[in-house]
Design a protein around this ligand. Structure first.
Ligand SMILES: C[S@@+](CC[C@H](N)C(=O)[O-])C[C@H]1O[C@@H](n2cnc3c(N)ncnc32)[C@H](O)[C@@H]1O
Length: 290
């Protein structure tokens, strides 16, 4: 069984300041790790709304959180407000975002998030969506590929990698993650701490799932869904995500709508990173509705 350890769960519960009887939204319920801890503190009258764009994750969360206080809904971040309205919930006491992919998505050999295997180039968080990484890699122009790699992967070798992809696909379609990883490795210097294709994979995942727009829209709409004194917590795993969170909190603080609770992002303890190395890049920012 695949285990996804919830990241900074103690800090999440503390910063959301979970109150018995409150209404909380976990906008990235995933496998329900954070949700499970939140539910423990809700009392008999509290409510947790768990959302995710991945229907398979919701199924697993549903089995784990079999509880009359939990409502699960398939929704993207950009659909958050509409989903809340459809549930008749106008305000929340706390909203959590835990970006990125879950271990269930990352380790599933059919989903194509990992460059280490002969997985199909997929990377869709919602498998009912049409566009996958294979279309981007095989059908986008060199300049589009270069832009995606530069903007979403912050990849210095964007041009070189885009060119190598175009050259490789003239013979045959690039269908698997390992084929793509090999193409990137062949034009990279190697040597660093991470696999040379890490940034390329990050960039493609962001493009396939329209993550930048999704995160920005989701965060901005969540501010308007918080009750006075309600809290927003967001956990990021790379600099683009963290920048979006920082900007939304800064903009809302300027408008007097939010009060930042974390000047600098909180990070996991050394002990947590030792137990769960995938938490190592996590950064959490929190704010309170003014
Ligand atoms: C890191 S996992 C969350 C894990 C969860 N906190 C737990 O403890 O099990 C991130 C989840 O967010 C979901 N997700 C990412 N982007 C999304 C979006 N734009 N809309 C809705 N869900 C999204 C993914 O499908 C994934 O299940």
């Amino acid at each position: 069984m695949i285990v996804h350890l919830p990241v900074m769960v103690r800090e999440v519960v503390e910063m959301l300041d979970i109150r018995s009887g409150g209404t909380y939204v976990d906008a990235t319920v995933g496998l329900g790790g954070h949700a499970e801890e939140i539910v423990k503190l809700l009392g008999s009258e509290g409510k947790l709304i768990g959302m995710d764009r991945d229907g398979e994750a919701l199924k697993t969360a549903g089995q784990r959180l079999d509880n009359h206080r939990v409502v699960l809904r398939k929704s993207t971040f950009s659909g958050l407000k509409g989903a809340m309205i459809s549930l008749g919930v106008r305000e929340a006491d706390g909203i959590l975002f835990d970006f990125g992919v879950s271990m269930m998505q990352f380790k599933d050999p059919e989903r194509g998030f990992s460059f280490s295997a002969w997985e199909p180039l997929d990377m869709r968080m919602d498998r009912s969506q049409k566009m996958s990484a294979e279309e981007i890699v095989n059908d986008y122009s060199q300049s589009e590929l270069e832009r995606i790699l530069r903007e979403y992967g912050e990849e210095r070798l964007a041009r070189k990698i885009a060119r190598a992809i175009i050259a490789a696909r003239t013979h045959t379609r690039i269908r698997t993650c390992s084929e793509l990883a090999q193409i990137v490795r062949a034009v990279s210097w190697g040597g660093g701490r991470h696999h040379p294709a890490t940034r390329t994979f990050q960039a493609l995942r962001i493009a396939v799932n329209d993550e930048i727009r999704e995160i920005d829209e989701g965060l901005r709409s969540s501010v308007g869904l918080l009750r006075r004194g309600g809290r927003l917590c967001a956990i990021s795993y790379h600099s683009l995500e963290d920048r979006l969170v920082k900007h939304v909190i800064r903009d809302s603080a300027r408008e007097g709508v939010l009060r930042a609770l974390t000047k600098k992002p909180l990070i996991p303890s050394r002990e947590e990173i030792r137990n769960n190395p995938s938490a190592r890049s996590a950064k959490m920012r929190c704010a309170e509705r003014a």
